[in-house]
Design a protein around this ligand. Sequence first.
Ligand code: ITT
Length: 191
Amino acid sequence: MKLIVATSNPGKIKELQDYLNEDKWELALMPKDIEIEETGQTFTENACIKASGVAQRLGEWTIADDSGLSVDALDGAPGLYSARYGNTDQDRITRLLRELGDHSHRQAQFICAIAIARPDGTIYITTEGICQGKILYQPMGTGGFGYDPIFYVPQLDQTFAQMLPEVKRKISHRGQAFKKLLPELAKILNI
Ligand code: ITT
């Protein structure tokens, strides 16, 4: 069955494809000229806005991901504004490290909301996943994307950018969201 992947973030495209390739989906990227304004107050609302908007325009099942990094000592910033925190991944990391400075409390959470919309734009399901970690004082690792080089997971003694992709895939916020989603995806394939 055809499923449109409604994101223009190359890092997310890669990870979403990795999760979904295990199923029998015919994945397609959304056309580059579709722009959807993220006006929601939560990650889940924004994931729904993106999935629903793209599904309606294309008349196809659509999956969208809204995610971000919430830093305790910055009162949850950048949070919903994680993508709008700077122009490039490098800018966003530099700004976050500057604003956090040498604050000793470095706890942070990555949050991921996934929404799947039916071809008529109505929402079929949403799930959310969270991954706890700490913000390093400087980036480490070259893998992954976005804020991965500064997000350290104490249990594995590695940043997301130092992990093998399959390890990040299992433990990340996106991995937690997909764990809840997979049984539902199987149901859609049988509709
Ligand atoms: P789309 O809306 O087109 O999907 P986006 O990059 O604008 O792309 P979001 O609004 O959801 O997506 O913003 C998410 C931000 O959080 C963005 O800056 C990402 O790089 C970052 N982010 C999300 N998941 C991440 C992950 O697993 N590792 C590192 N950074 C991540």
